[in-house]
Design a protein around this ligand. Structure first.
Ligand code: GLN
Length: 198
């Protein structure tokens, strides 16, 4: 079974664990650098990116998370997790993990439409994925090495850059596990390539 971690400092952790287990992979909650060493792919969940960053700093996980991405291990950021992954954030002069070549804007839907659900067409995943948006960020622009997997109106809401996956919404809040299956396939592929290189 592949070992999928969920960064478990703050946010929607339990729902991702449930989704990983539903896909018959092993779910591991990651609360420390030691836990991070146990996993083959990592999910950065939704929640509150500012709160998560404080805890990442408190547990001295920022550099290890960056290294995880640099080592080519798959990472999937959902909502606040996408904010953590992005290289640039609108209105901020710093980023967090910062390995996804994209500019992301926090809370880009405004207060009137705090949360909503729509069916999304996601390249390679589904034509009708039920996507739940909660105070969602949007991807304002991406570099050419980043594939756009889904848009909503004129907003980019899901992207892939090699081993990095990011989306604006919360795939874990429904019982539809097709995005999780897609991420687990990315992890399996990365393991197969690793063996190949050795
Ligand atoms: N608005 C949150 C942030 O900026 C993200 C919201 C979410 O993860 N549902 O961190």
């Amino acid at each position: 079974m592949v070992k999928i971690g969920v960064l478990a400092l703050q946010g929607a952790i339990r729902e991702h664990i449930h989704s990983i287990e539903a896909c018959e992979a092993k779910a591991i909650t990651v609360k420390s650098v030691e836990d991070l060493a146990l996993v083959e792919g990592l999910i950065l969940p939704g929640g509150e990116s500012t709160a998560m960053r404080k805890l990442i700093d408190r547990f001295e996980m920022l550099e290890p998370l960056r290294q995880f991405a640099l080592d080519g291990k798959p990472m999937f950021g959902t909502c606040a997790g996408l904010i953590l992954l992005a290289k640039e954030l609108v209105g901020y002069d710093y980023s967090h993990v910062g390995k996804l070549d994209a500019i992301v804007e926090r809370n880009s839907y405004g207060r009137q439409v705090d949360s909503f659900e729509i069916d999304l067409n996601i390249e390679g995943v589904a034509t009708d994925f039920p996507a739940v948006f909660i105070r969602a960020p949007q991807i304002v622009s991406v570099e050419e090495n980043v594939e756009i997997l889904a848009t909503h109106g004129d907003r980019i809401v899901m992207v892939k850059q090699g081993h990095l996956l990011g989306c604006s919404f919360h795939p874990e809040l429904t019982d539809d596990h097709r995005i999780m299956t897609y991420f687990i396939e990315m992890v399996k592929e990365s393991l197969a390539n690793e063996v190949h290189v050795k």
